[in-house]
Design a protein around this ligand. Structure first.
Ligand code: SF4
Length: 359
């Protein structure tokens, strides 16, 4: 006769089998999220090992946030109007130059939405950097910024993407995704593009040959089901286009923003379960699962390497967005520091470029 214990065990084993076969659906994913954490962590770590081995990658890059002025009103934003600055092209070039001097292969450029900023202005940023530093990879402009450029320039976003690519855009951050569930978006970023619009811009970028990252901002008012729906949407898009380079987990930072006043408190186990379930649901679909050391903190980012994560993102040099919302770990991690963190987790550090070629 089968006991309750046996039944539970066999259900868990069935979920694990489905995970390895890439057959997990929504209900399975929710059940897997709720099994005992150690089982989930072990599964995620085995999948990480099978997918990418023991290498942990990072990129030497620099963020350039060209303005903090924004017509948006996202409830989670602590960055908007902190200083009220707009960088000139010369100032942007100076930052790019500093990045090159420190060995960066990438600049990541994003900014607030200026009501008069048109496609030509976005292109000017790209071409100015490309003219001066032809080999520097430009990873820039979220789907929201592309959407905004299309609106201010009265153009189709498809043409905006083509023009940016022609100007030298190498890839795009898959930010502005937050949680791709409209009932959540209507509360946390009601004036941002909808989930379907985000997906349209991303898929078109992939069709144009612009790879993007994919992201999730979790740990505020969304439910576990919302997180699962978000990750499954990312999985579906990747199966269609193959254009995502990585999945980046961005824990919500609750300081100096309206959402922080109503959001629940994040906890370490939940952080790690979210990283682990991402590895499991994206197994064989997106190989690179990235933890954000700026947002998680160095210790938790290092621990995440044991729970499915294989990439620690960039060394950064400058980080305004997380800092304004409460990050205390600083704005720069040297390659030596990042490698030490990886080695102490028993993994092998590898420097990569934006598109995951080892450098
Ligand atoms: S998150 Fe971006 S779009 Fe939203 S208010 Fe902040 S700067 Fe503007």
């Amino acid at each position: 006769m089968q006991t309750k214990m046996d039944l539970k065990k066999s259900e868990t084993e069935e979920l694990i089998d489905k995970a390895w076969q890439g057959r997990l659906e929504r209900d399975d994913a929710i059940a897997l999220y709720n099994i005992d954490p150690i089982t989930l962590f072990r599964l995620a770590d085995s999948m990480r090992k099978r997918a990418v081995g023991d290498y942990v990658t990072y990129v030497v890059n620099r963020n350039i946030n060209f303005t903090d002025i924004c017509i948006g009103d996202c409830a989670f934003c602590s960055f908007r109007y902190n200083e009220g600055y707009i960088l000139s092209i010369d100032e942007i070039l100076k930052k790019a130059e500093e990045a090159v001097e420190r060995g960066a292969t990438e600049v990541c450029i994003q900014g607030g939405l200026l009501d008069n900023m048109k496609l030509e202005d976005y292109k000017m940023i790209v071409t100015s950097i490309k003219d001066r530093f032809p080999s520097l990879h430009i990873h820039a402009f979220s789907p929201m910024e592309v959407y905004h450029a299309a609106k201010t320039s009265k153009m189709d976003f498809r043409d905006v993407l083509k023009e940016l690519k022609k100007a030298g855009l190498g890839s795009m951050p898959g930010t502005a995704a937050e949680i791709l569930v409209d009932s959540v978006r209507s509360k946390i970023c009601p004036h941002k593009l909808s989930s379907d619009e985000w997906e349209d811009v991303i898929k078109e970028a992939h069709r144009c040959g612009i790879p993007t990252t994919s992201t999730i901002m979790y740990g505020h008012i969304e439910s576990i089901e919302d997180r699962i729906d978000h990750i499954l949407r990312i999985r579906r898009i990747q199966k269609e286009t193959g254009g995502f380079t990585e999945f980046v987990l961005l824990p919500f930072m609750n300081k100096n923003n309206a959402l922080g006043k109503i959001a629940g408190r994040r906890c370490g186990v939940d952080d790690m379960k979210t990283h682990a379930i991402s590895r499991v649901l994206l197994y064989n679909v997106i190989n690179n699962i990235q933890a954000s050391w700026v947002k998680l903190g160095l210790n938790m980012a290092q621990i995440s390497l044991l729970f499915g994560v294989n990439d620690l993102g960039g060394t950064l040099m400058e980080e305004k967005i997380s800092k304004s919302s409460g990050s205390k770990v600083g704005e720069y991690l040297s390659p030596d520091d990042i490698e030490e963190l990886i080695l102490k987790a028993g993994r092998i550090p590898r420097r990569r470029d934006t598109l995951y070629l080892l450098v």
